[in-house]
Design a protein around this ligand. Structure first.
Ligand SMILES: C[S@@+](CC[C@H](N)C(=O)[O-])C[C@H]1O[C@@H](n2cnc3c(N)ncnc32)[C@H](O)[C@@H]1O
Length: 232
């Protein structure tokens, strides 16, 4: 399995969609990481793909890429105990925060992976195995010279499409107008994906909570745009 889609991604380009900053971690976040990563965290191993059926007890699985502090993750997971949520994030304080929330709220249907989502999808997720992707407010990389770092860009969108089961979805949200247009064009150009709302932006789904991140964007006067694509 591991080799099947490797050709989709540029060979060792070294371009990443994130920069790891040595951010401060609160005591609660550190405690979350130290005590709960062994409970809710999955260890990435390029040689050992995840057995999603076993991990999530046969539930359909939605992967969230770049969950930040996990504010949306916990709310959505609490609403949908029938689904499994695989949260992928590289930022350790955010992973610690989500882990401590999972512990407090005793949510059983979420697992975290603290690793680059590109590699996780390539090496640890079987083709056709996911029910959906959540990509909420990914880093917009506004400067032109940084556009190549944008997550929702081919060939990464091809890799996402390959990991979806038929009928699976990608729900993308951004407060950066130009990134919304960019993502729509990249997803439109991805074979096997269809825009569920080709004549407009997607409506806000009632299951997506307003997070602190989104409130800040609104306060700064930025409009939130949503896209929903489906695998044919
Ligand atoms: C602007 S934040 C948004 C966080 C969150 N989704 C929200 O709505 O508040 C983007 C997040 O994506 C994460 N990220 C970016 N590229 C990633 C990658 N390749 N793998 C895992 N996480 C990534 C960053 O660390 C960051 O926390």
């Amino acid at each position: 399995m591991a080799g099947e889609n490797e050709s989709l991604m540029p060979a060792k380009s070294g371009i990443r969609s994130y920069v790891l900053r040595a951010g401060r971690m609160t005591d609660a976040q550190r405690h979350g990481l130290e005590t709960l990563e062994g409970v809710y965290g999955l260890e990435f191993d390029a040689a050992r793909p995840f057995d999603l059926d076993d991990i999530f007890g046969g539930r359909p699985v939605v992967a969230e890429i770049g969950f930040g502090m996990g504010d949306a993750t916990v709310e959505i997971a609490a609403l949908r105990p029938d689904l499994g949520f695989l949260g992928i994030e590289v930022h350790a304080p955010g992973v610690g925060k989500l882990l401590s929330e999972l512990g407090k709220r005793r949510l059983e249907n979420v697992r975290t992976v603290r690793h680059d989502a590109v590699e996780v999808l390539e090496k640890a997720i079987a083709p056709g195995s996911l029910a959906g992707f959540h990509v909420f407010f990914p880093d917009p990389w506004p400067k032109k010279r940084h556009h190549k770092r944008r997550l929702v860009t081919r060939p990464f969108t091809d890799l996402m499409a390959s990991r979806l089961a038929p009928g699976g979805y990608i729900h993308f949200v951004t407060d950066w107008e130009e990134y919304a247009e960019w993502a729509r064009a990249e997803l439109d150009a991805t074979p096997g994906l269809l825009n569920a709302h080709p004549l407009s932006w997607a409506p806000r789904p009632d299951w997506r909570p307003v997070t602190k991140f989104e409130r800040k964007a609104a306060a700064a006067g930025r409009t939130v745009r949503e896209l929903e694509f489906r695998k044919a």
